[in-house]
Design a protein around this ligand. Structure first.
Ligand SMILES: N[C@@H](CCC(=O)N[C@@H](CS)C(=O)NCC(=O)O)C(=O)O
Length: 390
């Protein structure tokens, strides 16, 4: 580039940019969590100053030609051979410990899926239970690689917290849990009610806006821990408990007599829940995003976990076909994300497709018995829609 200066910039998180420098400065310094990196040339053939390991330069040039973006987070995950996944502190169906102490749930299965993609082993996950208040800070500070914890994608979080939402894993909405004995059938009967709510969530503002719009005065009773809010509700210190409807289904399953409690019909907000990554590592966010979309596309194509482990009754030849279909589906990502070509086959073989994950943790045969509803595929009357993978 005559008269110009090219800056090779490996951004925090490894996104490769090339940009033309406007100023006369020939030494640009980029602070980055992963590395510090400077490389400027006056013209493409003459290198003036470098302050970087030659290996990185070679790597950067290689990346330019191969299209493989290095991810600092993926590198960390591979170095420690474990994914550190932030989950909730114990929400049945989503993330909780079973009687043997093993983590289970919809959000947990997503952590397992990402570990299967990144490390080839869904079991290589360390779980960090995080409260609603602590979750984003834990991600920002690098205490977790990924947050898979009923977190609502909102504009202020997306733009203001240094985090990225990788996609929507569950379409939720806020509602109210009430005691059936009270005979309540609608949130519009809540004038003057005491409402239990967990702080650090989107929940209280939504409810405040809702009742303000209806001209109804209500009284919020705040708790920082969900268990405390549940206990308060159960002991009659609040008339209703408000939260995401999925969380209310989980709460109800924990009450002494779940059938004595009803979730009122009103859905007063949009709560698109999804996995969250730290901002600045586009390749890692891409890996998390396409793992999610891979699970949804796998449901759409009917690729199921059982088919990857040929057991009695399932022909080896058919299993091979299914495996090569999954490999073909995931292949375009393997070079760009630095993953083995069978990454998606490993993911589906380890955790199943979206439907299998949903049914196992939240479906009709579980204590939560959540209907697929809007979380059904777009081809089946829902709004679950993943971009194609070619
Ligand atoms: N989706 C909402 C609410 C998420 C949330 O943390 N809700 C609480 C209240 S039910 C919860 O699930 N806590 C889980 C736990 O304490 O383990 C948000 O992102 O703010």
């Amino acid at each position: 580039m005559e008269g110009g200066r090219w800056q090779l910039d490996i951004n925090c998180g490894g996104v490769l940019n090339k940009s033309l420098l406007q100023s006369d400065t020939d030494f640009i310094d980029h602070a980055c969590s992963a590395w510090r990196f400077i490389a400027v040339t006056q013209n493409p053939t003459r290198r003036r100053r470098f302050d970087l390991r030659s290996a990185l330069v070679t790597g950067a040039i290689w990346l330019t030609f191969t299209g493989v973006a290095a991810s600092a987070t993926l590198n960390d995950v591979r170095t420690r051979d474990r994914l550190i996944c932030g989950v909730s502190e114990g929400l049945p169906g989503f993330s909780y410990r079973d009687a043997a102490g093993a983590w289970r749930g919809f959000d947990v299965d997503f952590c397992r899926a990402v570990a299967a993609a990144a490390l080839g082993d869904a079991g290589k996950v360390d779980y960090v239970p995080l409260s609603a208040t602590d979750r984003f800070e834990a991600l920002q500070e690098g205490r977790v690689d990924l947050l898979s914890r009923n977190s609502t994608w909102t504009m202020s979080r997306d733009l203001g917290l240094g985090i990225d939402f990788a996609g929507i894993a569950f379409y939720d909405g806020q509602g109210f849990l009430a005691n059936a004995v009270d005979g309540m059938t609608s949130a519009l009967e809540l004038l003057g009610a005491r409402i239990c709510v967990v702080s650090g969530t989107t929940t209280e503002n939504n409810a405040a806006d809702y009742f303000a719009s209806k001209g109804m005065e209500v009284f919020f009773v705040q708790y920082s821990k969900r268990a405390a809010a549940r206990d308060a509700y159960a002991s009659g210190q609040c008339d209703v408990f408000t939260a995401d409807r999925s969380a209310l289904a989980a709460e109800r399953s924990l009450l002494a007599n779940p059938d004595d409690h009803v979730i009122l019909p009103e859905v007063i907000s949009k709560e698109p829940l999804g996995p969250v990554t730290r901002e600045g590592d586009a390749a890692w966010t891409g890996l998390v995003r396409w793992t999610l979309y891979g699970l949804i596309n796998a449901e759409e194509r009917g690729l199921m976990a059982a088919e990857f482990a040929p057991a009695a009754g399932f022909a080896l030849a058919a299993a091979k076909d299914i495996r090569s279909e999954a490999i073909k589906l995931g292949k375009p990502a393997s070079q760009s994300l630095d993953l083995p070509e069978d990454w998606l086959a490993v993911v589906i073989g380890s955790v199943g497709n979206y439907r299998e994950i949903f049914d196992r943790n939240l479906g009709e045969d579980t204590p939560l018995a959540i209907d697929r509803g809007v979380n059904a595929l777009w081809t089946e009357g829902g709004i679950l829609y993943a971009p194609p993978m070619h």
